[in-house]
Design a protein around this ligand. Sequence first.
Ligand SMILES: NC(=O)c1ccc[n+]([C@@H]2O[C@H](COP(=O)([O-])OP(=O)(O)OC[C@H]3O[C@@H](n4cnc5c(N)ncnc54)[C@H](O)[C@@H]3O)[C@@H](O)[C@H]2O)c1
Length: 348
Amino acid sequence: MQSDPDRIAVGVVGVGGMGTVHAENLHALNPGVQVVAVMDADPARAEEVAARCGSVSVFGDAHEMIADDKVEAVVIASPDYTHAELTLECLRRKKPVLCEKPLATTAEDALKVVEAEVGVGRKLVKVGFMRRYDPQHLGVRDAVTRGDVGRPVLLKGWHRNPETLPGATSEFVVFSSAIHDLDSARWLLEQEIEEVYAHGVNTEPALGKNTCDLQLIQLVLSGGCLATIEVYVTAGYGYEVGAEVVGERGTAHTVPAGGVVVRRDRALSRPIEGNWRARFQTAYVNEIEQWTKALINGRAEGPDAWDGLMSVLAAEACVASLRSGLPQRLQAPERPVLYRQGLSEVAG
Ligand SMILES: NC(=O)c1ccc[n+]([C@@H]2O[C@H](COP(=O)([O-])OP(=O)(O)OC[C@H]3O[C@@H](n4cnc5c(N)ncnc54)[C@H](O)[C@@H]3O)[C@@H](O)[C@H]2O)c1
């Protein structure tokens, strides 16, 4: 498929906040990677990002862009509801795809992606769980896999956004934010989620009383581990994401954001990032770099379609638990052979 074996030509669908980060990071990876096409529902937006990425074709239709012969691999960063359909289109064309999370907005659609990829017979789908490329999270995972903390028994995750979108629903909070933490739990503990129990409250009247902007999610995992995840999307003060794995001999956790410590007026302070772009800047670069390197070498790496499906199943169970007030067991399908080489491929 590749015209130049040492270079990969990528098309990006959706160049809003996330897609622009990916397009710019891909462009910066020159000469191993070339952004050859962009598509966005907003043509002016597409033109603007195309101009920043060199000589790039602008498409008005995502299916046309994916089908175009010069596009060898695809990044999907359009809204969540487009992900499954466009990923399936990439699989039909046998083109590798980095699809932003969530892989789909229903487990039924995520399963269709898994089944289509099994039909192709090789891994082409990667899901944008960028924490797997964050040095802090990788440090925790390395400590756990080396056995530094003994047998892991508990994961504590926290995820605070200063603000969310107007009109955000409880379901949006789960599928847009908590889904990262659900994936982190599976990846850091190397166990599948078997049961979820989610509680939520509204702390931000502007969102309406039915929106749980603060959610506490408890998990029971297949190897007997427990997890608690706090997701607070109107925390106001800044953007913070972290995790601690508690083991039988110790614990490993991410450290607060770096930056200068200032001592003044009998107080000590250090900066906290204001948004996901700043917090995960390095992770996004590593994620896209490792994806394109693997493609040039003809292999797959990173969170795959199975990880995408399992996180969507867990997210659906969280929404059902918030609605019913009851714990929910996950009904996972049998894991196809294609995805049986461990819970996840380690980045790098
Ligand atoms: N992994 C992460 O850390 C992370 C962070 C932010 C967003 N995301 C994901 O990235 C995706 C985009 O989020 P965002 O924050 O960039 O949103 P955004 O609103 O900033 O950008 C979305 C872009 O898609 C375009 N668009 C709308 N409908 C489209 C369609 N049918 N086809 C093509 N383009 C279309 C919009 O015009 C816009 O430019 C979402 O799925 C989101 O969940 C992931």
